[in-house]
Design a protein around this ligand. Structure first.
Ligand code: DP6
Length: 320
């Protein structure tokens, strides 16, 4: 009744920002992402009939804030009459700071819990369960470049290119390691009900997905850069025009964006994307990686730079 799993976070290029159904947590649109390889969350789940309550330990400390979401995720997966769980999570990067920690956390949790309960389930079913807890987590079950499609009832997820097909690099400029003030679930719901741009954001997503899919198919970096930056700025415009506004950027976020623009102007294949947090992610071709890394490390306000390639989907670890 004990199992371990690991999952890597993913960074969306065509973003998920809006829900079709807040109970099932179904995304309003599809999305397209990169699964990273350097960052990871490892999760151990132990199920015990005799335990009185679920417990959650994150990076060595008891965590009560996330416990409710973890318990709901386990209820959905195993039923509310399930054995109580002792959940231990370890990540090698800051959590809840816009580095997609919920994507790796819920993917690893569902993977480990299903094994601990000996639940026979295929990858798509596991991805749907994880996605019901955190939409982006569904994408972390797959390697490389991943597309999630959504309709009124469910999601489908698959990898559309592996690391060996197109070895993109992601250079992350960490500008603030503290947890963000507004979580993405709350912020998304606020955007849907208050931003005057929300409707057109949703309507244009299919076209951005088509362009991004085509760019990946043709390994067309310029085309992927154009659609990804545009999609990111549209999402942040929706956030900024929500009431009250949702602004995740800080001064160093803008500095890092400017560094990436300069590197691009000098001819390097690189573009930026930013999620629900102040960190800037530069996506580049391998040959540009060292210069992008050096440029971001020298940018005012950048605290740390993390370099990643494309990684594997969530998987069980042989420790239990
Ligand atoms: C900006 O997956 O964290 O990173 O489903 O409410 O848990 P919930 O949201 P979450 O949102 C991710 C938002 C994003 C864009 C993306 O990853 O596509």
């Amino acid at each position: 009744m004990r199992a371990h799993a690991v999952a890597q976070p993913n960074i969306a290029l065509v973003k998920y920002w809006g829900k079709r159904d807040t109970v099932e947590n179904l995304p309003a649109t599809g999305s397209l992402s990169l699964t990273l390889d350097t960052l990871w969350t490892k999760m151990a789940v132990e199920l015990q009939e005799t335990a009185g309550a679920d417990t959650l330990t994150v990076n060595g400390s008891e965590n009560k804030e996330m416990l409710g979401r973890v318990s709901s995720c386990l209820d959905r997966l195993l039923g509310s009459r399930r054995a109580k769980a002792t959940v231990t999570s370890d990540s090698n990067f800051p959590i809840a700071a816009g580095l997609a920690s919920s994507s790796s956390a819920f993917a690893a949790l569902v993977m480990a819990a299903s094994k601990a309960a000996e639940l026979p389930a295929d990858t798509l079913s596991l991805a749907r369960w994880a996605g019901a807890s955190s939409g982006s987590a569904a994408r972390s079950f797959h390697e490389g470049i991943v597309e999630l499609r959504a309709d009124d009832h469910r999601i489908d997820v698959r990898s559309i290119a592996g690391a060996e097909d197109w070895p993109l690099r992601v250079v992350i400029a960490v500008t603030e390691a503290a947890p963000k003030a507004v979580g993405s679930s709350v912020a998304m719901i606020r955007s849907a009900s208050t931003s005057p741009f929300y409707r057109s954001w949703i309507e244009l997503q299919d076209e951005d997905l088509r362009l991004a899919r085509e760019a990946v198919r043709n390994r067309d970096f310029e085309k992927l850069a154009t659609v990804s930056e545009h999609n990111c700025l549209k999402m942040h415009s929706v956030m900024w025009t929500s009431r009250p506004p949702v602004v995740y950027w800080n001064e160093a976020t803008l500095n890092a964006m400017e560094t990436i623009r300069e590197l691009k102007r000098s001819g390097l294949p690189v573009f930026f994307t930013i999620d629900a947090g102040p960190q800037v992610k530069a996506v580049c071709l391998p040959a540009a990686c060292d210069e992008v890394n050096a440029g971001l490390a020298a940018t005012r306000g950048v605290k740390e730079v993390i370099v990643s390639g494309l990684g594997r989907g969530a998987r069980l670890l042989d420790q239990g």
